[in-house]
Design a protein around this ligand. Structure first.
Ligand SMILES: Cc1cc2nc3c(=O)[nH]c(=O)nc-3n(C[C@H](O)[C@H](O)[C@H](O)COP(=O)(O)OP(=O)(O)OC[C@H]3O[C@@H](n4cnc5c(N)ncnc54)[C@H](O)[C@@H]3O)c2cc1C
Length: 493
């Protein structure tokens, strides 16, 4: 093989498909029986549940998923998606904010709930910053701060853009927002933080205004529901492909003189190059002693402020479709003692995806790893899961009482331990690299590793999480390791 791809999350699967398009001999190994990883869909007792991700953006003209479909020669109309608007209903205190796609409509909602005379100026700047970033998204590629030459040429190519966005890039979101709003009322602050956290994995004081603006305008992009579960997006892209080997776990990799030996539960394979859909802090776990693991393990310390997630999965009987939106976000002032978070996200499957009379529901929230590190016994673990479930459900019923009265299936609870077991990610660190000041700019990790011919894709490398982020990261890597891809990408952007 020219390449072996380890892991069929978004990053691994897209890298596989693009390498195949370039005519490379490539095989992909995924240990589970579905593709998607954190953006996958698992089945339990007849119902299907999205593992984590449930919202999809990035399909507008020239955004990463649109370009991807064009490269792969797949019509958008073939994809199992349905546009939704408003994409999210956000509950903060006694306020409910509908997040519409249309800027004016979404602004009116915000201004009605959190009136401030400078609101318009602030939100217009947020929109403008986000638009400018999307416009420059391919111009900054190839991005590699570790290569002086690539960094310098990227800076030169984008000098006007960089100069005009200096303040946006170097000032925190909090500082810029406060320059318009002064002392921001508590509910408004919680609303802003919940929207910023969702896409940047940071609170407003930890991230620059530029990244935060992309999070705050996430709902102004076309948002899609994926029919049959998120994994169907990747399953449709891949179709039947015998080189995508599911239920195949990579157990060990050995570095030979000019190739790699990859040992799986179904046999041994060899390739010249590897693409690992693993994080910058755990990919070395796959290697035997032929490889020094030090630099990779050091990343666990360097990038230590990483989130995990907690989740609830259950079905609701809702024959009258009382739950008429797909996504709800509940923001609460008191800290969730079992996760350290202040909000959670609720996704309800489409009525057409009702299975055995039940609509699958997934609730997810950011979770601090340390909250689950001191488990003493199996009983302790069970008890804590129960308490986590009760805490979240009580808040859900307070804000959306309909949920209390609907008949439900037993609730499954996911914790950092669950995410570690299923995704193999170190300590269950999911959700992507937080776009904190200290992890971006010159320290922004890209898909190159210290091992020659071993590359990384996924949400721990530039530019980070979610469908558009991970796909862009794959574009960035392939531009740098496959000369032909540069030309292919430029044909479509
Ligand atoms: C709770 C939650 C909610 C989210 N919500 C959204 C959302 O609404 N919208 C959005 O766009 N993004 C969302 N995200 C982020 C998004 O899901 C992730 O950024 C993205 O899915 C990560 O993709 P990845 O390429 O890093 O792969 P991963 O998801 O990490 O997948 C890696 C894959 O590799 C496989 N693997 C690992 N080791 C091996 C091995 N040894 N052998 C074989 N296979 C292996 C795993 O089984 C897994 O399938 C959410 C994330 C979480 C956790």
């Amino acid at each position: 093989m020219d390449y072996i791809v380890v892991g069929g999350g978004i990053g691994g699967t897209i890298a596989y498909l693009l390498l195949k398009t370039l005519g490379k001999s490539v095989v992909l190994f995924e240990k589970l029986d579905y593709l998607g990883g954190c953006a996958g869909t698992f089945k339990r007792d007849g119902l299907f549940f999205n593992v984590g991700a449930s919202t999809l953006v990035g399909l507008e003209d020239n955004l990463p998923l649109d370009v991807l479909l064009k490269i792969l020669g797949i019509e958008k109309s073939r994809m199992p998606i349905k546009e939704i608007d408003p994409s999210i209903l956000v509950f903060v205190g006694d306020k409910v904010i509908s997040r519409y796609k249309d800027f004016e409509r979404s602004f009116e909602e915000i201004n009605r709930n959190f009136y401030h005379r400078e609101n318009r100026k602030l939100w217009e700047r947020i929109l403008m910053t986000s638009k400018t970033n999307w416009e420059h998204v391919y111009k900054v590629l190839p991005f590699n701060p570790r290569s002086c030459y690539k960094l310098a040429s990227s800076v030169l190519r984008n000098s006007r853009y960089l100069l005009s966005t200096l303040r946006e890039n170097f000032l925190s979101a909090e500082r810029v927002i406060r320059s318009y709003l002064g002392n921001v009322e508590k509910d408004y602050q919680m609303f802003l933080n919940s929207q910023i956290l969702m896409t940047t994995q940071c609170y407003w004081n930890e991230v620059n205004f530029s990244f935060a603006s992309m999070g705050l305008t996430y709902t102004n992009l076309s948002n899609y529901y994926v029919k049959g579960g998120m994994a169907e997006f990747l399953h449709t892209l891949v179709g039947q492909d015998e080189n995508v080997k599911r239920k195949t776990k990579v157990l060990k990799i050995s570095k030979e003189r000019d190739h790699f030996k990859v040992y799986t539960n179904r046999g041994t394979y060899e390739a010249k190059r590897l693409i690992l859909n693993r994080t910058i802090w755990d990919f070395c776990d796959l290697f035997d002693d032929s490889v020094d693991k030090g630099p990779c393990e050091k990343n666990r310390k360097t990038y230590s402020k990483i989130w995990s997630a907690s989740t609830l999965y259950f079905g609701v009987k809702d024959p009258q479709n009382l739950l008429d939106k797909h996504h709800y976000q509940i923001v609460h002032p008191d800290e969730n003692p079992y996760t350290g978070s202040y909000s959670f996200f609720v996704s309800v499957a489409d009525p057409e995806d009702t299975v055995q009379g039940y609509r699958p529901v997934v609730i997810s929230t950011h979770c601090k790893i340390e909250k689950w590190e001191d488990i003493k016994s199996k009983e302790d673990y069970q008890e804590r899961k129960e308490k986590l479930k009760d805490f979240i459900l009580e808040k859900l019923y307070q804000h959306i009482p309909t949920f209390r009265n609907l008949e439900k299936t037993p609730v499954l609870v996911g914790t950092p331990h669950t995410f570690r077991r299923y995704t193999e990610r170190y300590k269950g660190t999911v959700g992507g690299i937080p776009l904190r000041f200290e992890y971006t700019m010159l320290r922004y990790p890209v898909g190159f590793t210290y091992i020659k011919d071993v590359y990384l894709v996924g949400d721990s490398v530039f530019p980070g999480q979610g469908y558009p982020g991970v796909v862009l990261g794959v574009f960035n890597l392939l531009m740098q390791i496959e000369r032909d891809f540069h030309e292919v990408l430029h044909r479509y952007i």
